[in-house]
Design a protein around this ligand. Structure first.
Ligand SMILES: C[S@@+](CC[C@H](N)C(=O)[O-])C[C@H]1O[C@@H](n2cnc3c(N)ncnc32)[C@H](O)[C@@H]1O
Length: 242
């Protein structure tokens, strides 16, 4: 049987794919991330085994998926956003492949564009930004991003898991040459009813977004300046620090 690595989308349960929802509704076992929408977990059949991965280390989780897959059950591993975007989905797929367990990846709507969009920010825009760089606030070993490279690359910068280190990230980017006036945003709980967006020049972003909570995405680049105009139509609420 197959282990399905299914992307749950960024938060709003309506943003899962049709195939992902079908698989949840017909699975024998659902292993889900802590932060996926409760409404999606509740879609599993009433006799399905539902396991939260909270508290399970990655190696133990991989082992569990292999064991469940070998038992011949239909297993849905439900992951936030897209399984392959900062989701360790690749590690799970590799572990399953090495154990000869069939795996299928069902992509999800990643926070990478959906969360900025929910705040009125298109991550690319003709004449404004024709590239997007995704990075994380800290590497696997806790190392900081390569600020020199990020400051040089241009386009839009989207930082996952950057909120806790925002003052350090802002300092690093400006120290590496990024204009302190670059438009920037923090979007917390994007696509959810409690979504909050702070828009500020990069130099002021960390102090302006103090008190914001995870999950949060940091967006840096000229596209952020489009949010105000677009939010009028989408109804996204923004806090703009000048
Ligand atoms: C472990 S990564 C998982 C990313 C996920 N695989 C994806 O494709 O969106 C978790 C980080 O994604 C970002 N994130 C995920 N959902 C978010 C949301 N609804 N609002 C803001 N940021 C979000 C945050 O930076 C969070 O710390």
């Amino acid at each position: 049987m197959t282990v399905y690595l299914v992307g749950a989308g960024p938060g709003d349960p309506g943003l899962i794919t049709a195939r992902g929802l079908d698989l949840i509704r017909s699975c024998d076992v659902l292993v889900h991330d802590r932060l996926v929408a409760r409404e999606l977990v509740d879609e599993a059949p009433s006799d399905a085994l539902v396991i939260s991965r909270a508290g399970l280390r990655q190696a133990a989780l991989n082992g569990l998926l292999i064991e469940l897959g070998r038992e011949g059950r239909t297993v849905v591993r439900l992951k936030g956003g897209d399984p392959y975007v900062f989701g360790r989905g690749g590690e799970e797929a590799l572990a399953l492949a090495e154990a000869d367990v069939a795996v299928e990846v069902v992509p999800g709507v990643s926070a990478l564009a959906a969360v900025p969009a929910a705040a009125g920010i298109p991550v690319t825009h003709r004449g404004v930004a024709d590239s997007v760089t995704l990075t994380t606030g800290h590497g696997a070993d806790g190392s900081p991003p390569d600020y020199e490279a990020l400051a040089r690359i241009g386009g839009t910068l989207v930082l996952f898991m950057g909120l806790a280190r925002l003052p350090e990230i802002v300092k690093g980017l400006i120290g590496a040459g990024l204009d302190p006036a670059t438009p920037a945003a923090v979007v917390s709980a994007g696509t959810l009813p409690e979504q909050q967006t702070m828009i500020a020049p990069l130099a002021e972003l960390a102090s302006a977004a103090e008190g914001f909570v995870s999950p949060a995405l940091v967006v840096v680049g000229s596209v952020v300046s489009l949010a105000d105009a677009i939010a009028h139509a989408t109804g996204a609420s923004l806090i703009v620090a000048s």
